[in-house]
Design a protein around this ligand. Structure first.
Ligand SMILES: [Zn+2]
Length: 204
């Protein structure tokens, strides 16, 4: 089970022992079943989900100001576009491109965020794990992740920071993390991140 699915389970109050019947009626009952999670953990997860939604509404892009254009050495910035379909659905696209601060004629073009994210996911599987330095500011997140992982695996012992699954944490952040968490993770890479003709590379 992925952590994404676990978050979905944690979104349902049934798992801390209460349920609403009929749905949306406001009538809450305490079930006879043994709660799987505590109310505290449930509330913690709700707050986390809400803060992720707020961050998205603030129009922050995950990978701006952290990559360099491989063609001209300028920074890489992002913009969003909304495409409306005939059936009324609107899809949001995020594109990254050269700021052209160092060369107005740069021809690096635009790369869609989902392509960049996919490349980061592939990179995380391949890189030497020493490439990721666990900086102070993400230490607490890594510990939280390890605790949650251990909780669901039924492990009782406190995780030691040395034994954490850094690659597992990185994989999780790229898949399920907020933009801020992704930024913080990629800020821990020792190498410079270069976007060269739509290909993300690490420059040692
Ligand atoms: Zn450029």
């Amino acid at each position: 089970m992925s952590l994404g699915n676990l978050y979905k389970i944690l979104d349902n109050p049934f798992y801390y022992g209460v349920f609403e019947y009929p749905k949306k009626s406001g009538n809450w009952y305490t079930g006879k079943h043994e709660p799987l999670i505590t109310k505290e953990l449930f509330n913690l997860v709700q707050n986390q989900i809400k803060s992720n939604v707020l961050r998205i509404e603030n129009k922050e892009f995950a990978f701006t100001k952290m990559m360099t254009c491989g063609l001209c050495g300028s920074g890489i910035c992002a913009d969003e576009k909304f495409k409306k379909y005939k059936n009324g659905t609107i899809t949001r696209y995020v594109y990254y491109g050269c700021t052209k601060a160092r060369g107005t004629s740069c021809k690096c073009g635009y790369t869609e965020e989902k392509d960049i994210l996919k490349q980061f996911e592939d990179l995380i599987e391949k890189i030497d794990i020493n490439e990721i330095q666990i900086k102070e500011k993400i230490k607490a997140d890594v510990e939280k992740f390890t605790n949650l992982q251990n909780f669901f695996l039924g492990k009782k012992e406190k995780p030691k920071i040395l034994n954490i699954d850094i690659r597992g944490y990185a994989r999780y952040v790229l898949k399920e993390g907020s933009d801020t968490e992704k930024r913080e993770l990629l800020g821990c890479l020792k190498s410079k991140i270069v976007l060269n003709n739509k290909i993300v590379t690490l420059n040692k």
